[in-house]
Design a protein. Structure first.
Length: 246
């Protein structure tokens, strides 16, 4: 189902624009990773020390403690009680009267941890070691192939308290301004299929397209189609019904 339904023509996502948010079972699919924190709150025990697996080209670990204190804690806003529109539109106002979203694609993890300090337990990051890396959330960093071999045992040890957070930009790198897919479709499909077999042991899976970090909507949607097929969900067919896909 659509939590946020896309317009006919998809727009830029960048750091703080969300075109869509889709949910099927315990899987959420979005174009901007800022939506993930809200999705997790719908599914997990905030005191649960959930195992956290972050697969992303970037760390997404920018920290904004002063903003969270002033605009959420001091105002006694309970994040888990907000609907998605309310969450998405939380803003900080600067002296120049310019507004910026409180939750963006690079700060949603640590912002959430400030509000719910026990929400994350052991955290494994599989990244390109790119972007901000603040805070002390990371338990270990692994490479993708090691993770693929060990993910079954990691999730089996989670006692059904597990967050899987994926950004499709992980499967691309940029060379001379051109985006190159660095894993074959077959490898990506087998990884996604392993998630499908473990789905009942995973609390929530969030998948982000991040089109600007993949070289555009075409690249992002190609990989999203692989995940959609492997996970046997209706995201791509439903997206095609209501949007002008590139």
């Amino acid at each position: 189902m659509w939590i946020k339904k896309p317009h006919y023509k998809l727009k830029q996502s960048l750091d703080e624009n969300v075109n869509f948010l889709y949910k099927e079972d315990n899987i959420y699919i979005m174009d901007n990773h800022l939506a993930s924190a809200w999705c997790w709150l719908q599914e997990v025990d905030q005191e649960g020390k959930n195992i956290f697996l972050h697969i992303d080209r970037h760390y997404d670990l920018l920290n904004s403690p002063e903003v969270i204190q002033e605009y959420i804690i001091d105002k006694k806003i309970e994040l888990k009680n907000l609907n998605f529109s309310e969450y998405e539109n939380l803003e900080v106002i600067y002296e120049q009267k310019n507004a910026s979203k409180i939750f963006r694609w690079d700060n949603y993890i640590l912002n959430l941890q400030i509000l719910y300090p026990k929400i994350f337990g052991k955290a494994t990051f599989v990244t390109h070691r790119d972007g901000n890396k603040e805070g002390d959330i990371i338990t270990r960093e692994e490479d993708f192939l090691t993770m693929c071999h060990e993910i079954h045992s990691w999730i089996e040890d989670s006692n059904n308290r597990c967050i899987i957070n994926i950004d499709i930009d992980f499967f691309f790198t940029q060379l001379d301004k051109e985006y190159i897919q660095i894993y074959t479709n077959e490898v990506i499909y087998e990884f996604a299929k392993s998630l499908a077999t473990l789905k009942n042991k995973i609390t929530v899976i969030t998948i982000c397209l991040s089109p600007e970090c993949c070289g555009g909507w075409n690249n992002a949607l190609d990989i999203a189609s692989i995940f959609s097929e492997a996970l046997e969900n209706k995201f791509i067919p439903e997206l095609r019904q209501i949007t002008q896909l590139p």
